[in-house]
Design a protein around this ligand. Structure first.
Ligand code: C2E
Length: 614
């Protein structure tokens, strides 16, 4: 074996011209430092003269230098063991040895261009040689002719073709990667997740091991996306993806299903609690603030867990059950995990049925509004009513909002339903006015989603205009938790509502976590004390103290205080002392259909506090 080192800087060859000379032949020509390096050539076979001719011609090559190792065809086996080559020149006249050499080369050295220098055989033989790895074929006789730069061209073409093949392979790999990965987060996508889960299930079955599927949905993601824009939402998802990856082992998988939903596979767990540990780890990872665009965001996830084989033996069942468990976690307020339990299935089915009939209910106009009077505690006058929606289900009878508002919220059906409630309440207020019943205000509940939607004031303005109601006669009730979800954005929406002239009450006050700094700045008109405090007012001195404190705080902020859920005369009396302005509750009246409430509003019937409850 000889080793010929050819210096790198070569004068330009007169033989290679035009496109050939400038062709970008990079494979094997660029070293690790980014600088061109000699092309490593393995020259196999040939006579001493031929080896001499070839090395001479390579030395004279215009653009690159070559480092040639020559070996006999018979020594190929041992020669290729430790060489790394960029290009092979194989001299073999017979098809048999040429094919055998090509096969050895492919096995031992791998992928590289091969210029076969031999006797031109028939096309079938040529085809066979190409199939076995010959990139270019030239005749042995042509080597000797210095006037024809066939060898140089063959080398250039071989390298070029090899490079193209290489690029094609890479493009295919990229294509395959894209087909199996989510472009935003670069995590495996849903298809890849399913394929991997199928594979891991087969392994778990063989080895009698357990595995867990986690279904993860970010809490409040839609809110971030809606209010801060998709660009911030996307960056948050990317950051979440990388945190999720760091929570699982190499053998596990973190995948993105789409939107803000992710799946994890824990490939091998000893008991279910191992999955709970990972779920907690994920929550801890997500609890750290996300710094995007110079601002800090917080998110958490609702995680459902299903375990093979207890909760399912196939991909579909395990994913479905983890999804159901995730909904349960979400129902607990998010930021937590739940294991799948068999009875969750029934509840999930019920929910699905509810969702389906809720869609129909809107079309079939099965909703009615009931109105609960609100009374000024000092004068006993009815100041207004709160509109509360009821669903007259054709089979199930009256369904209360606590059962369907959350479903309507999650599915987005609240948009249509909320708009109907608002329009109907405004229309009714105008109808009462036309009957001579003038109320301070009619209150309408706005759900968190309705409020989050951009410009709730616009929806309200249109409803007022359509009904012909003065803005001051409408009160919008928004729960404390909905407002505090993103107090900064709420501040703007509330200001717009107030600018319209409508009144705004914070509902269920005391149950959420109000930032008093924000509360001070909110342009609201009323605080409604949650009925849970009123219920235990006379039993629990702490609730009594909280109620008094809320009334005092409302007054010092220049707001009215309204107590909800007042059921007894004693509660009513208690509320007088701190100067609570208004009350609402069964002690006066439950929410009533319009025909029953109207006589009270018109004064035709008097609203007398109920004494039966004590
Ligand atoms: N224990 C007790 N309860 C009393 C008493 N007086 C009234 N209530 C009930 O307390 C709830 C007060 O409404 P909320 O806090 O706004 O709570 C409402 C509100 O958050 C929501 N909701 C009702 N209608 C609508 C609507 O049109 N849109 C939206 N987004 N939410 C609505 O559903 C919740 C429940 O509504 P309802 O079932 O009508 O329940 C009503 C009412 O019937 C009492 O003395 N004792």
């Amino acid at each position: 074996m000889s080793d010929v080192i050819v210096p790198f800087e070569r004068p330009q060859s007169e033989e290679l011209t035009g496109a050939d000379r400038n062709a970008p032949l990079n494979i094997g020509v660029v070293g690790a430092d980014g600088r061109p390096r000699p092309v490593r050539v393995l020259l196999i076979g040939g006579t001493t003269d031929e080896v001499g001719v070839i090395t001479g011609r390579l030395e004279a090559h215009a653009q690159r230098s070559f480092r040639v190792q020559a070996t006999d065809i018979g020594e190929l086996d041992s020669a290729t063991e430790e060489v790394s080559v960029d290009l092979v020149l194989l001299i073999a006249s017979e098809v048999g040895p040429a094919l055998a050499s090509l096969r050895i080369l492919r096995q031992r050295v791998g992928e590289f261009p091969v210029v076969l220098i031999g006797e031109p055989g028939d096309w079938q033989q040529r085809e066979l040689l190409v199939r076995e790895g010959a990139t270019e074929l030239i005749g042995r006789a042509e080597l000797a002719d210095p006037g024809v730069p066939l060898l140089e061209r063959a080398i250039d073409w071989a390298v070029e073709r090899h490079e193209l093949q290489h690029e094609l392979r890479r493009a295919r790999e990229v294509g395959r990667h894209l087909a199996h990965h989510d472009t935003l987060t670069n995590l495996p996508n849903r298809q890849a997740f399913r394929a991997r889960l199928r594979q891991l299930l087969a392994q778990a079955r063989r080895n009698r091991r357990q595995l867990a599927v986690l279904f993860l949905d970010l809490d409040r993601f839609k809110h971030i996306n809606d209010t801060l824009g998709h660009a911030v939402g996307d960056r948050l998802l990317q950051e979440v993806a990388s945190r999720l990856k760091s929570c699982v082992r190499e053998s596990d998988m973190a995948a993105r299903r789409g939107g803000d939903e992710f799946n994890l596979i824990l490939a091998d767990i000893r008991r279910g609690q191992d999955a709970a540990r990972v779920a907690r780890k994920v929550q801890t990872a997500l609890a750290k603030p996300f710094k995007l665009d110079g601002a800090e965001f917080y998110t958490s996830a609702s995680i459902g867990i299903s375990v093979y084989p207890a909760d399912g033996r196939d991909v579909e069942t395990l994913v479905k059950h983890a999804d159901i468990a995730m909904y349960q976690a979400k129902g607990q307020g998010g930021g937590t995990h739940r294991f799948f339990l068999p009875n969750m299935n029934d509840r999930a089915l019920e929910r699905l049925e509810l969702e389906q009939s809720l869609r129909l209910a809107i079309e079939r106009q099965e909703f009615r509004l009931h109105y609960q009077p609100r009374i000024d505690l000092e004068s006993g006058r009815i100041t207004g009513v709160e509109a509360l929606v009821r669903w007259q289900h054709p089979d199930l009878g009256t369904i209360h909002p606590d059962e369907f508002i959350p479903v309507a919220e999650e599915t987005g059906l609240i948009d249509g339903l909320g708009a109907w409630v608002l329009g109907e309440a405004c229309r009714q207020a105008v109808e009462w006015r036309e009957q001579g019943i003038v109320l301070d205000s009619v209150a309408v509940n706005f759900s968190a989603r309705q409020f989050r939607r951009q410009r709730p004031a616009e929806v309200v303005r249109r409803a007022l205009e359509k009904a012909g109601l003065e803005p001051g006669r409408l009160e919008i009730e928004i729960t404390e938790s909905a407002v505090m979800q993103d107090a900064g954005v709420a501040l703007e929406s509330l200001a717009e509502l107030r600018a319209l002239g409508v009144q705004v009450a914070i509902d269920d006050f005391g149950t959420g976590y109000s930032s008093l700094a924000y509360l001070k700045r909110f342009p609201i008109t009323k605080l409604k004390i949650d009925k849970t405090f009123i219920r235990t007012l006379l039993i629990d001195p702490k609730d009594a103290a909280i109620t008094e404190a809320i009334v005092a705080m409302a007054h010092s902020l220049g707001l009215r205080a309204c107590a909800e859920g007042v059921e007894t005369r004693k509660q009513l009396e208690f509320l007088r002392a701190p100067g609570c302005d208004e009350v609402q509750g069964y002690v006066f009246s439950p929410p009533l259909p319009v025909e029953q409430v109207t006589p009270y509003l018109s004064g035709e019937r008097a609203l007398i506090p109920d004494t039966t409850g004590g």
